[in-house]
Write a protein that binds this ligand. Structure first.
Ligand code: ADP
Ligand code: GN1
Ligand code: MG
Length: 357
């Protein structure tokens, strides 16, 4: 039997499946929408075993977090739930070793690739803020790390130094100015990791892929319903999730824009997201976390740039590229964004203050 059909038979779906088709525009997993004769719909997904070499760890994370959220949220549209297998397990392994999971389809919802208006970005802040608040007393240290050291910025710098030392394709000579600019910013890049290690920042559940397309909104009102795509949940800092949303969503240009003059921080979008995020979780963050929100935005941008530069120097082995120098272009936009944040630092701090007031 085809792995998909094995999976459809394995999960405790209500009714017999009438239809199963590829669904959505995720880049990682194989996602199917399934319609049953009961009238119910499901999402059935095969986990990408290359990106996630230990899928059982990631499934244990998802099972623990969704069970915890489910106990706090009665509305099924406001929290992702796992459909168990017929023998009560959280996932199914097909005869080729593929890991599958199933979720009830979130009805009357939409998942946007880009905001249709600033309010959509606000609502994604509400969704990720609510996720933080609801998980504030989850024992984060019990979670696995599907990708170890994911947001360990000093470790990302260590990898950059290694790539520079090896320089396998002789590319370092083409980007001396960028290398210098990134290395100039290495001091202080440990502020979140250090804060976590010293206990000054609390260890929390982090999502780690806080883009708009991992949030379900109500189809009619575009109001936030819930966060999806829980593959990269790990223990970490709330500043990671907030920071990465700003890096991606409050930038004035795409991550791979070649015209660097177009890249910068949109302070109004920064305010919009911060308002949404804090409206949902402001009271569960500590004073230090709140003060460090701009630090989170800058460090996540810096770190992502370091990763792009490292991948460029190493021969583009991690991030998919579709043109020569694609990763260097990305490293350049991130640097531009960091520089613009440094220029607008006082305004960023002021906006956080105003939103908190
Ligand atoms: P990927 O890791 O590949 O991005 P996602 O878990 O984000 O996978 O799912 C891919 C797409 O499937 C989402 O962008 C969304 O459109 C849709 N989707 C996922 N889960 C649900 C759900 N429970 N209800 C409705 N749509 C969903
Ligand atoms: C990757 O797969 P995608 O595009 O959602 C990366 C993120 C980076 C992002 C940069 C698992 O995310 O950490 O911020 O690219 N995800 C992983 O575009 O490495
Ligand atoms: Mg996704």
């Amino acid at each position: 039997m085809e792995p998909l059909n094995q999976a459809l038979a394995a999960f405790a779906l209500r009714g017999a499946p009438l239809y199963a088709g590829r669904y959505g525009s995720g880049h990682i997993n194989d996602t199917y929408a399934v319609a049953c004769d009961s009238g119910l719909m499901y999402i059935v997904q095969r986990v990408n075993g290359t990106v996630f070499p230990k899928p059982w760890e990631l499934m244990e994370n998802i099972a623990a977090v969704t069970a915890f959220l489910g106990r706090r949220t009665a509305d099924p549209r406001r929290c992702l739930r796992l459909v168990p297998t017929r023998d009560g397990g959280p996932c199914f392994v097909d005869d080729q070793g593929g890991y599958w999971r199933a979720f009830p389809f979130i009805t009357n919802s939409v998942c946007l690739q880009a905001p249709t208006r600033p309010e959509d970005f606000y609502q994604s802040g509400v969704a990720f803020g609510a996720f933080q608040r609801q998980l504030a007393d989850f024992p984060a240290a019990t979670l696995h790390e599907p990708i170890p050291n994911f947001h360990n910025t000093p470790d990302r710098y260590r990898k950059l130094h290694q790539a520079l030392a090896e320089d396998p394709l002789g590319r370092a000579k083409d980007c001396q100015a960028e290398i210098r600019a990134y290395l100039d910013r290495e001091a202080g890049a440990d502020s979140i990791v250090k804060g976590l290690a010293e206990g000054a920042l609390p260890l929390r559940v982090t999502h780690n892929d806080t883009k708009l397309n991992n949030v379900m909104l109500d189809y009619d009102t575009h109001e936030a319903l819930c966060v999806i795509d829980l593959d990269t949940i790990m223990p970490g800092s709330a500043l990671y999730d907030y920071g990465d949303s700003i890096r991606f969503g409050a930038a004035t240009a795409a991550e791979d824009e070649r015209d660097l003059g177009r890249m910068g921080l949109d302070l109004e979008l920064f305010r919009t997201y911060t308002r949404g995020f804090l409206s949902a979780c402001g009271d569960s963050l500590t004073e230090r976390e709140l003060r460090m929100l701009p630090v989170g935005a800058r460090l996540m941008t810096l770190e992502c740039g370091v990763r792009f530069l490292t991948d460029y120097l190493s021969g583009d082995t991690y991030f998919k590229i579709s043109r020569e120098g694609h990763n260097l272009d990305r490293a350049r936009t991130q640097l531009r964004l960091v520089e613009d944040m440094e220029r607008k630092w006082k305004e960023m701090e002021q906006i956080v203050k105003e939103v908190r007031a």
